[in-house]
Write a protein that binds this ligand. Structure first.
Ligand SMILES: [Zn+2]
Length: 346
C-alpha cells in the first residue's frame, strides 16, 4: 500500500504494527476498510515476497518461492525439530545460497526452486510482489484471470461451467472495472451485506438497514428489498423479481446470461446491480435516500459512458428496442413489458 493520506490513516487505525495481509476486520471498521479486507483473500493467493536481505521473510510461513504452489514451503508436520533455520537470511551469504543448508532442510525440487530466486547485489529490505503481472503490481484484471484459472482447475460441474461462462462474459462486458469486480463478488456471495458481515464474525444487526423487514442477504439487498424491486421494474429490463424462481442471485445471473444475448442488456444488468449497491451505501453511510428512478438513470448513464457512443439517444433507443425484442423464457421468469418508453422526452 502506498503512503497516501488514506493509506496512512487506515494503517494507523487498523493495523498499526502489522502489514495489511495480517490485519483483520473489527466491528467498527469503516466501509473502505471492510472493502479492502474483502479483497485480502484474493491478494493472499497471488502475492510473493521479493527477497532482499531475507531478514523479514519466514522460511516456513511466508510465501517466498514463486515456482512452488502458493509460493510456500509445504507444511512439515511432525518433522520439525525446532532447530531449523527460521529466516530466509539464514540460507544465503554474500549473494549466494548456502548449498549444504539447503540440501539438509529441503527436498531436491525445493532446493532447485529456491536456487532460481535471484539474490540482491546490494543490501535491500524484503518486499512484496504480485505474481500475476510482469511488473509485480496488482491489477484487477490479473486477479480476475488468476481466479478464472483456479476455477478451471476444479472438477467441472454444471454450476461451475455456468459460472465460468458468466465470468468470461462479465470480464468482456463494456462496464467499468469496479463494476466487474463487484459482479465477481456477487457471483461468490462476497458482497459485504449485513448477513455476510455477521457470518464473518462481526457483531451487528443483520436486519436490512433500508426496509428493516428482513435479513440483509445478497438476494435481499439486490433483488427483494422494496427499493431494489422498484429499480428492476422501472429499468428498461422491466424485471419483476417476484417471478424469479429459486431466488438465488447466482442462479439468476447465470440464467440471465444464457437467455440474454444482447451486450447492452448484460452491461445494463450489472450497472443496475452496482448502482443499487451504491444507493444502499449512500443510505447506510451518508443517510442519503436515492429514488429508484435516479438509480436506473445512473445505471443507464454508466452504460452510455462506457460504450463511448457519441449519439447517446441512439444507444438509449437501442437499449429500449432490445428490451422490446426480448422474448420471455418458457419458465416465466421475466415479466416483459413492451412499453419501454421511460426515457422519451428525457
Ligand atoms: Zn430491505
Amino acid at each position: 500500500m502506498s503512503e497516501s493520506l488514506m493509506a496512512r490513516v487506515l494503517k494507523g487505525k487498523y493495523f498499526p504494527s502489522r502489514n495489511l495481509l495480517e490485519a483483520n476486520i473489527n466491528s467498527n471498521a469503516s466501509f473502505t476498510w471492510r472493502s479492502i479486507c474483502s479483497a485480502k483473500d484474493v491478494l493472499l493467493k497471488g502475492v510473493c515476497k521479493v527477497i532482499g536481505n531475507g531478514n523479514d521473510t519466514c522460511i516456513w510461513t511466508d510465501p517466498w518461492v514463486p515456482s512452488i504452489e502458493n509460493s510456500r514451503i509445504p507444511h512439515r508436520e511432525g518433522v520439525m525439530t525446532g532447530h531449523e533455520p527460521y529466516f530466509v537470511s539464514d540460507l544465503f551469504t554474500a549473494g549466494s545460497w548456502k548449498e549444504d543448508i539447503l540440501r539438509s532442510h529441503f527436498n531436491p525440487w525445493e532446493v532447485q526452486a529456491i536456487k532460481k530466486i535471484p539474490l540482491p547485489m546490494h543490501d535491500m529490505v524484503d518486499s512484496w510482489m504480485w505474481k500475476h503481472t510482469t511488473s509485480g503490481l496488482f491489477t484487477v484484471k490479473s486477479a480476475y484471470y488468476m481466479e478464472l484459472i483456479e476455477e478451471r482447475k476444479k472438477k467441472p460441474t454444471l454450476s461451475s461451467c455456468a459460472n465460468r461462462q458468466v465470468w468470461q462474459r462479465l470480464w468482456s462486458s463494456k462496464i467499468q472495472p469496479r463494476v466487474k469486480m463487484f459482479g465477481w463478488k456477487v457471483a461468490h456471495n462476497g458482497v459485504l451485506v449485513r448477513l455476510n458481515l455477521v457470518k464473518k464474525g462481526m457483531k451487528l444487526d443483520q436486519i436490512c438497514p433500508r426496509c428493516g423487514e428482513a435479513d440483509e442477504s445478497l438476494e435481499h439487498m439486490l433483488m427483494f428489498c422494496e427499493g431494489s424491486r422498484r429499480v428492476w421494474y422501472l429499468s428498461p429490463l422491466r424485471l419483476d423479481v417476484s417471478t424469479v424462481r429459486g431466488g438465488r442471485v447466482r442462479d439468476w445471473v447465470a440464467f440471465l446470461e444464457s437467455n440474454k444475448k444482447e451486450d447492452e442488456c448484460w452491461a445494463l444488468f450489472w450497472m443496475l446491480c452496482w448502482n443499487i449497491w451504491v444507493g444502499r451505501n449512500a443510505w447506510v453511510f451518508e443517510g442519503v435516500l436515492r429514488d429508484p428512478r435516479v438509480i436506473v438513470e445512473k445505471a443507464v448513464q454508466g452504460v452510455v459512458e462506457v460504450a463511448k457512443i457519441n449519439d447517446e439517444a441512439e444507444l438509449r433507443a437501442s437499449i429500449n428496442n432490445t428490451m422490446v425484442r426480448w422474448i420471455a423464457p418458457s419458465e416465466g421468469v421475466y415479466k416483459i413489458n413492451s412499453d419501454a418508453a421511460m426515457f422519451d422526452g428525457g
